[in-house]
Design a protein around this ligand. Sequence first.
Ligand code: AMP
Ligand code: ZN
Length: 429
Amino acid sequence: MYWDRSVETLKAVALNQLQLERLRETVRQASNSPFYRKRFEKAGLSAESLKSLEDFRRLPFTTKDDLRIQGLKMLCRPLKEMVRLHASSGTTGQATVIYYTRADIAAWADLVARSMYMAGLRPKDVFQNMMGYGLFTGGLGFHHGAERLGALTIPAGAGNSLRQVQLMLQFGTTAIHIIPSYALYLLNTFAGRGLDPRGLPLRLAFIGAEPHSADTRRRIEAAYGVKAYNSYGLSEMNGPGVAFECPEQNGMHVWEDSFLLEVIDPRTEEPVAPGELGELVFTNLTRQGMPLLRYRTRDLASYDPTPCPCGRTHRRISRIRGRTDDMLIIKGVNIFPIQIEQVLMAMPEVATNYLVELTRQDFHDQMHVKVEVKESFFKEDLKYLQGLKRRITEALKSELLITPRVELVEPHTLPRSEGKAVRIVDRRG
Ligand code: AMP
Ligand code: ZN
């Protein structure tokens, strides 16, 4: 049940010791980059003088802007030793680029294999990878992990729904890797062909790359007849394989032998207590080509240091609640998009897609929520639909503290993307 028992079950003291050793090695390695060399000099930090993880906190954070501006100055090995690059999907602003050596690619594949093995993937499985192949890390990251594990891997790529279903039928797919919003969308294709995915050999789904609620996961599990595991990663830390759920499904284990985790208050930059929401900050502990130190992810989550019944000792993080930069301020109220999703996906009448439009009229923010309603409910009479609209409005109001204008629309009428869902359109200028 473990991919690498000794590492996954390392006791806290030994794990901390390993982290400190690897941190020293990383500082040594990072001194090869002009960017970090300068930073180490300024902070008076060296591999030799690093005695504790506290010492390390003297180093300033690395930000997305550093990556954009410094670019190649952050490489710790000559460019000719790099064998691949990836770029972030650019959720916000210009994409950031990460370079990998051969050893980095191998270490990454091993982490992804470890993650999938933890969730139950085995060499006998048929794994269909429905993520975009290309600069985005989700496709190739899982591909190499699954091959490393030994599963038969179908490099399906993103989109092309009919083909996805055909591949599943033809090859008896047992495990899929899929963006949660797309997993819900794909159900339409099954329904359109009169097929029920629960009748297929499918048993496992890895879902990630975008925030999603517990209800979204439950919907996917129920509709496909699978166990769905949350997968978290970001290109700056390789890609997928940073944190992943175990069979307990009670948070994602961060692979702490490879990533040093800090959770900070984004305003004060001080560490937060267990259970408190904060920004995830990671340091690569094993990367050769381009290790990042104290990288501010902008992702918000809490951590849980209590032991997990699965026996793994690596701390767990909660579901990602949002990003520091996707928080909306509407009529002065702070709102994370995931709050809207939580409300909508908990309502059985709501279909799989919705869209939030923000506008400003005479200096007043307006929030307009378009919600796709399931076919069977949409056929009901006007009175029923008005009642439903009122209930959705009330539920949103009690969660968000502002009253949105809700519009019910027919299923499959809202735009959707093949990659990460785009559900907020801000036209406030
Ligand atoms: P990229 O570097 O383009 O692959 O995007 C990485 C970002 O996707 C992360 O920083 C998160 O904001 C988001 N992300 C990845 N996995 C998850 C997940 N399981 N839940 C929520 N957000 C995720
Ligand atoms: Zn566990």
